[in-house]
Design a protein around this ligand. Sequence first.
Ligand SMILES: [Zn+2]
Length: 253
Amino acid sequence: MRTKKFVRLAVSQLLALGITITGLVAVSVVTASPAHADACYTWSRTLNRGDSGEDVRILQSRIAGWMSYGENLALDGNFGPGTEAALKRFQSGYGLTADGIAGSATYSKIYALQDDDCTPIHFNHSEFNYSCGERDYTGGAVSESTAKVNQLRVMWQLEAMRHKLGDRPFAITSGFRSYSCNSSVGGSSSSRHLYGEAADMGTGSGPTLCEMARAARYAGFEEILGPGYSGHNDHTHVANRSSRFWSAPSCGI
Ligand SMILES: [Zn+2]
């Protein structure tokens, strides 16, 4: 009986303590959040070479368009040499100290570039999931959530391309497509549009189709199709895939 009572007391004390701790943590989290962070994601530590984790993976997704010629960045959560090189290019591209270390200056720039829904400021889901008027990412070759994540990566690659090309707007003419949408527009049965891994830019863009096709080679895209390639004289197509296929003969690609 005495033991039972002791246990009950200990539990009630722990409960009381637990509630107090929870309350304190909740308050400190709110006050510790940087004022410039938004509803998408807030990094809580400095990241550099050798670090790993989900926070690294999310950083990688934001800088995946800052590549060297023909390279692409694996979103594997491991901060290796490729991530460091991409981060340095990102930092340099936005006038920051190119030290390859993600700290407050880097995070502030990413926060300034990202919307609350994690899309980059110059692109929105509505531009990419509206190829046939769907307004969602269902009916393709992968699940809705996978297609949405894939398309988000493409948007960040395009945000990098857009900045490198002098911050001129891109006219997105097609993004994710369901199977029925893809058939109706005459897309290939293995189109990356079915995976949310592709984007088409039209002639209404600020840069020319060839400028965008050339820049895509430095933005991590394995698939680039543009003027001179069958069916692509009126748009430039970029996509992520596992092996390289570039063809835009009129642009020298
Ligand atoms: Zn396309």
